[in-house]
Write a new protein. Structure first.
Length: 260
């Protein structure tokens, strides 16, 4: 279902989509018909191909023994593996938008809820890759800073007394908050103080993976905190923290169709 949501975008980018499952043909036909799946679903009943690819999840318990580690192979035009992206747990998987942006590097046509705020000289925008979470799903929180011309924001590492860009989220029960992916800053020398730093200028984006292992929790609220310090070439503003709230709703569980 998640892949079907981005199938059109994949096609527009010249990418053909196939899915391999340990389910039989009848089960896959029923699933495709029930949920409007338009891309090919390939049956590997008995998991022979899954084993040969080295992606069989040996730790998966009954009744799901034989399933692969969830993930994707990206093939080039010659059919060679260009990259791969898999999870250790059979429970965790990407959203369609997560696949586009964090595996394939394609900008998604839409995202989930977003919130805007501002500190002095910096505008902060935060959003989720989709507006719902489901059990076993990985969502991404993205935080984008628009830094005013003539200013910069410090990046780690910084000398003592200065504050680099940080992104944090308050803990939520049964939601695993991953390590923020914040790009490296560019070297910068503040001549007035004869000090060297790493900084961001213009636009910078950080992404945080969130794994949801929660059921019947309803709407959850992500309390996001963005710490930063903005400066010009000659003076620094006081450190600031931008706090935002992002609600995300629970998606109903999808039951797998039974064999006929």
């Amino acid at each position: 279902m998640e892949l079907q949501k981005v199938a059109e975008t994949l096609e527009e980018n010249g990418i053909a989509l196939f899915a391999v499952s340990y389910d039989g043909v009848d089960v896959l036909n029923g699933f495709a018909e029930r949920y409007g799946i338009g891309y090919p679903l390939l049956s590997d009943e008995g998991s022979a191909v899954i084993r040969s690819l080295g992606i069989l999840n040996e730790d998966a318990p009954p009744p799901v023994a034989g399933i692969p580690h969830p993930g994707v192979f990206v093939l080039d035009e010659e059919g060679r593996i260009a990259s791969k992206h898999f999870y250790a747990s059979y429970r965790e998987r990407d959203t369609g938008i997560g696949l586009l942006e964090h595996v394939l590097g394609i900008t998604a046509p839409s995202h989930g809820p977003q919130s805007r705020s501002a500190a002095e000289a910096v505008e902060v925008r935060a959003w989720l890759d989709r507006d719902q979470y489901a059990w076993g799903q990985r969502l991404w929180l993205s935080v984008e800073l628009e830094i005013a011309p003539g200013h910069h924001v410090y990046a780690a590492p910084t000398p003592g007394g200065y504050f680099p860009l940080t992104v944090s989220i308050d803990p939520i029960e049964r939601v695993t908050i991953g390590t923020p992916k914040i790009p490296a800053g560019q070297p910068f020398r503040m001549e007035a103080f004869e000090e060297d730093f790493f900084v961001y200028e213009g636009t910078v984006r950080a992404d945080v993976p969130l794994s949801f292992m929660v059921v019947d929790a309803g709407t959850l609220t992500l309390n996001v905190h963005v710490g930063l310090q903005a400066c010009t070439d000659s003076e620094c503003l006081l450190p600031a923290t931008v706090d935002r709230e992002l609600p995300v709703n629970e998606e109903p569980l999808v039951e797998r169709p039974k064999p006929a």
